[in-house]
Ligand binder design. Sequence first.
Ligand code: F6P
Length: 342
Amino acid sequence: MSGVIGVLTAGGDCPGLNAVIRAVVSRATEHHDAEVVGVLNGWEGLMDGRTRPLDRDDVRGILQRGGTILGTSRKDPYVHGDGFDSVRGTIERNGIDSLIVIGGDGTLRTALRLSEDGLQVVGVPKTIDNDIAATDYTFGFDTALSIATDAVDRIATTAESHNRIMLVEVMGRTKGWIATYAAIAGGADALLIPEVPYDLDGIAGMIKKRHRRGRTYSVVVVAEGVPPPAGLEVNRSIDAFGFERLGGVAYQIAPELEQRTGFETRVTVLGHLQRGGTPTAFDRVLGTRFGAAAVDLAIAGETRVMVAVRGDKMTAIPLGEACESIRGVDPDLYDLAATFFN
Ligand code: F6P
């Protein structure tokens, strides 16, 4: 027997979380003869002592399932508790030697603080936004992208019948990865992402020119994190990690485009549809690789590290470095998408 590994999922859910959990449990129990304790509902469960033992049988049949069998929350021990002191009891009662934390940048920053306070921690990056700088990809992104691309394809056929402008708003809190990939994959006619300031007069002019040249519709992909048009306010609430709750900026942009172009404009906000349902094969494989690599690091006694994929190789990055920066869309990729805006 080589120790007890705790595992939790925190922050927003993401397709592929169950693939990670399954890999953590199987790798730990079958390969390393370790035990696994699942912590329920993210940091909240670690504070309240809600855990369950997990063995290989508990994770059979979950690879294809969206969401997380452990549950998640946006509670944080440093915001809603006394930091390390509020999780110490659960760690000690369960004999947890090492904790695998699966989460986005907010969750990983909390994991870093706990590791600085003495907990052995290995992080697994998770977000559909694909904006964690230390890893080339996060699982969940590919699934969200497929859903967004399918939406753009579907919107295009109804748009075509009506001579309309259609805005498709996708997730992407501060970076426009899903938007840019979906725009390229779906052949969108314009793209608004937080990394690139937008000019509504320029977009309206391009759309009018397009329609004069015989196009009967335009599809515009909008990342939820773009600012509202100049002069318009948004009143957004803040979650436990200090992030703004987004969604709906396309409703502010649409009337501006309609007024500038004279074309009827409609909005579709994809929202949490992008986080639901079965993960793609890519995300299942990436999640499985992350989960197994995290266990190997935990068993080797590593702490304050995060698993990452660079090129085709798994690697470990210091958590401090991993939390330092998020990554925006490469300007070359944006320019590629823009090649087709005409
Ligand atoms: O960070 C991932 C993400 O899906 C963002 O794209 C989105 O803005 C946010 O989470 C939504 O969070 P919630 O589920 O709390 O509404």
